[in-house]
Write a protein that binds this ligand. Structure first.
Ligand SMILES: NC(=O)c1ccc[n+]([C@@H]2O[C@H](COP(=O)([O-])OP(=O)(O)OC[C@H]3O[C@@H](n4cnc5c(N)ncnc54)[C@H](O)[C@@H]3O)[C@@H](O)[C@H]2O)c1
Length: 311
């Protein structure tokens, strides 16, 4: 069995690559290393000695390249994307070109080869600032950025390719993913990598607003397990991938201080415009197909902190 992981040099993609290699699959990683070439190279360089691993530096906007690459591929895990909401507001066209057109290229290539399934990384961003909680998959989406629109495009496209052309697809709406390998400078890094780095240096931990805002954090290895599950389940479906529990930013900061034994203080800053107040997922749908998160926040943070200590 051979898998293509687009964006396989990124944070989540490289965890998927490792898991697939551990499971005995051959893995082809397609990534353009854009931006942050060095960080992304470090994510995949250690796989290069594995004879089941192949790296192609290329772009998902290149439809012909994708068609060539999928010829002997069984499963596609599509993680490649421009992930910055802020950048998507500055250059919406580029975000749509990479995320929407790139996904159409991946799906189109899936039709040309003998691909058994395409698993698409979507995002909780599609819910926007809808006030209703918890977020359920059949809520009417309310995307608030070109990034969120592009992720919704991916879901709709995946569903159409399944319903109209019979290509098996599943879209996974990731909530706040964290874990080893996440770059504190990444636009998605949000609280956890920043807090851990500050805590390990005994520096003040900044919280925007009063810290009562909540998020649904999911450890990256649980996200990998959701992807593995989607190889055989959930055809044509869209599923939240989260822990299903709300954690306040105050609770998070205190837990990180406790787990690192840090002397850091928490400092409160003006709330950031555009930040949503609460986010928590209903994970009933993905549970029905067999998903159950294995990592508590504490366990996931311990592994993440250990990784940061070794850097
Ligand atoms: N990290 C999160 O909390 C989170 C939450 C929701 C959704 N997601 C989604 O999960 C996926 C992976 O996110 P991540 O956090 O690992 O981000 P990441 O930036 O670490 O990984 C994305 C990878 O895609 C590659 N890439 C970008 N443009 C490309 C192109 N045109 N051609 C080929 N490769 C390209 C990048 O080089 C990078 O390695 C993305 O689709 C993202 O939208 C992530």
């Amino acid at each position: 069995m051979k898998c293509l992981v687009t964006g396989g040099a990124g944070f989540i993609g490289s965890h998927i690559v490792r898991h697939l290699l551990d499971r005995g699959f051959e893995v082809l990683c397609l990534d353009n290393f854009d931006p942050d070439l060095e960080i992304k190279k470090a994510n995949v360089d250690h796989f290069l000695e594995n004879e089941d691993f192949e790296l192609v530096r290329g772009d998902i906007r290149d439809a012909e390249l994708l068609k060539r690459l999928v010829m002997d591929i069984d499963y596609i895990f599509h993680e490649a994307a421009l992930v910055s909401v802020v950048e998507s507001m500055k250059d919406p066209v580029k975000t749509i070109e990479v995320n929407t057109i790139g996904t159409l290229n991946v799906l189109g290539a899936g039709m040309k080869g003998d691909v058994k399934k395409v698993i698409i990384a979507s995002s909780a961003a599609v819910y926007g600032d809808l006030p209703a909680l918890p977020k359920i998959e059949d809520m009417i989406p309310a995307p608030r950025s070109p990034y969120a629109i592009s992720k919704l495009d991916c879901e709709y496209a995946a569903r159409i390719f399944y319903e109209e052309y019979g290509l098996k697809t599943t879209s996974l709406r990731y909530f706040n993913v964290y874990g080893p390998g996440q770059d504190p400078a990444s636009p998605y890094a949000a609280a956890i990598p920043i807090f851990i780095r500050k805590a390990l240096r005994n520096e003040a931990i900044p919280i925007y607003g009063d810290g009562s805002q909540t998020r649904d954090f999911i450890f990256v290895r649980d996200v990998v397990l959701a992807n593995e599950l989607a190889m055989s389940k959930g055809e044509g479906g869209i599923f939240n991938v989260a822990n299903g529990s709300a954690v306040s930013i105050n609770e998070l900061a205190k837990l990180i201080i406790e787990l690192t034994g840090s002397k850091s203080e928490i400092i409160y800053k003006e709330p950031r415009t555009g930040d949503i107040k609460h986010s928590v997922a209903d994970i009933g749908e993905i549970k029905k197909i067999g998903f159950s998160p294995e990592f508590s926040l504490e366990k996931g943070l311990e592994e993440t902190i250990e990784w940061f200590r070794q850097q």
